[in-house]
Design a protein around this ligand. Structure first.
Ligand code: ZN
Length: 501
């Protein structure tokens, strides 16, 4: 039994009556969460009561049981309708994945639908006059709200044609990169909205998706700093295990000192550094007899301390005569296949050394010098799109990085990394890429918050509910859409009537 928000109450009652044909239906009540559906308003559709797509209809029916010769109450939950899928046309899964991710950014969808519903009775799409892409996008959002009984999916012809007119490479039938498509789509809508509204240059795209990055470059010769502010539309995070070189001063138990450079992955811990040192200078029992200190402050370091805590790359290993009470880890993974999103973020904003490639413009320098570049978040957008850089080139060949990145579904805390007071983000959609570069496939995961928090998988036309929320964290994740917490609820207070979905 499929129930749609376009069903009128009379149709719903008919469906419930057919639930058990052998038993006469005597009495029932209808609810969806806290919304009570008035049986008397038989010509109104479920959307009129404020019931959203993906909701559950709960009902209690009273039936006569001839065996016990009594009336019995029986609760039933009608299956919710699934969100609408998008059919694939010539390798367009990258496009479908991007469109589903965007369609589940609630403030964006609300912005477009609000204007369309206002003029619904003229069956007019006000965004058609803004530009072909914006008109097509608004129409797509509108169609995704409707339920198609036959297949619950449609072909997004118009948006494909509109974007293809501007960017022919997206409609050649070849697989394309979802991030490049999204950039083109969002920038085109931004430009079309902006050129139609000169008084308000802050479009919905800019409001939701554009932030600012600050890059601070310090000349290591004269200490002069140069600050640049750049647009942040995607946060491109490198996944490669960035190596960091430490200068290790080794003090043997006989007082002999030697120095060597040791390379270790930057997101590791002090024990990884010790292991890397011993791989270079093999001494079977040394691991149990080393005390690690910072050279600068001579503070002892715990083997479990993360290396990013060390601002200085100079450390001292002091060999002890006696064994320390410490056991060598049996297997220390020196090349982990799993990293966390926080590690990627730290890597992204960590200092970058520019080797004689920075042109210092101070009068005292006026030449290429060594410099340190540091990135900072200046303004974080309400919707942050994180790109896990899975497509890297190596020796002039593209390869896919399959590292598993562990990312939080709720509460990505960027407060420490940003200038704003409280930057807590929740995941709202994910664009996945599976397979190889030449033979890959895109899908999307998206979150529907009301009436219950539920995730869906969009594999082109096939839409399915995801049983466990943790299943949305996979090694296929390529783009992560995070929404700033409280942004949505603040916007929710501005209600509008969806009386004619
Ligand atoms: Zn300088």
């Amino acid at each position: 039994m499929i129930v749609s928000i376009k069903d009128i109450v009379a149709e719903l009652i008919e469906k419930i009556a057919s639930y058990d044909k052998d038993q006469p239906l005597l009495q029932f009540e209808l609810r969806s969460g806290t919304i009570v559906i008035d049986n008397a308003q038989s010509r109104r559709c479920l959307a009129d009561f404020g019931i959203k797509q993906g909701s559950t209809i709960e009902t209690t029916i009273v039936k006569f049981n001839p065996n016990s010769n009594s009336f019995e109450r029986e609760p039933i939950v009608l299956p919710y309708t699934l969100p609408t899928g998008l059919k694939n046309q010539k390798n367009s899964c990258f496009m479908n994945s991007a469109l589903q991710c965007l369609a589940h950014v609630v403030p964006l969808t609300r912005y477009f639908l609000k204007s369309i519903y206002r003029r619904h009775h003229n069956s007019e799409n006000p965004f058609d006059s803004y530009g072909e892409v914006t008109g097509a996008f608004a129409e797509l959002l509108c169609k995704l709200q409707r339920v198609d009984y036959v297949s619950n999916a449609f072909v997004p012809h118009r948006i494909r044609k509109a974007i293809g007119n501007l960017y022919p490479s997206f409609v050649t039938g070849d697989q394309q990169n979802v991030q490049e498509f999204l950039t083109s789509l969002l920038n085109t809508i931004h430009e079309e909205l902006r050129s139609n509204n000169q008084s308000d240059r802050k479009t919905i795209i800019k409001k939701l998706f554009f932030g600012k990055m600050k890059s601070i470059t310090t000349c290591l010769r004269c200490n002069h700093t140069t600050t640049k502010i750049e647009r942040l539309q995607f946060l491109p995070l490198p996944l490669s295990q960035q190596q960091r070189v430490f200068t290790v001063e080794f003090c043997s138990k006989n007082g002999h000192r030697s120095q060597s450079n040791v390379s270790v992955f930057a997101s590791g811990r002090v024990e990884h550094l010790v292991k890397a040192f011993l791989d270079k200078h093999p001494r079977p029992d040394l691991f149990e007899r080393i005390i690690v200190q910072t050279t600068l402050t001579e503070e002892s370091l715990d083997l479990n301390s993360p290396l990013y805590m060390l601002t200085d790359s100079k450390v001292r290993f002091i060999e002890q005569k006696k064994h320390l009470i410490r056991t060598q880890p049996i297997q220390l993974d020196m090349n982990p296949k799993k990293i966390t999103l926080y590690e990627c973020l730290r890597e992204f904003i960590s200092k970058e050394y520019l080797d004689d490639s920075w042109l210092c413009e101070q009068n005292t320098c006026r030449r290429k010098t060594k410099a340190v570049k540091q990135l900072q978040f200046h303004t974080l957008p309400p919707v942050l799109i994180i790109q896990l850089k899975r497509f890297a080139s190596q020796n002039q060949r593209q390869k896919k990085v399959k590292t598993f990145v562990e990312y939080p579904i709720d509460e990505l805390d960027l407060t420490d990394l940003s200038a704003s007071q409280h930057a807590i983000y929740d995941l709202i959609s994910v664009s996945n890429h599976m397979g190889s570069i030449s033979n890959g496939h895109y899908t999307a995961y998206a979150r529907v918050k009301t009436p219950t928090d539920r995730w869906y998988e969009f594999d082109d036309a096939v839409v399915s509910a995801i049983s466990s929320n943790s299943d949305v964290v996979t090694a296929n994740a390529y783009l992560l859409f995070y929404m700033k917490r409280n942004y949505q609820s603040r916007q929710n207070s501005q209600h509008y009537r969806e009386s004619s979905v």
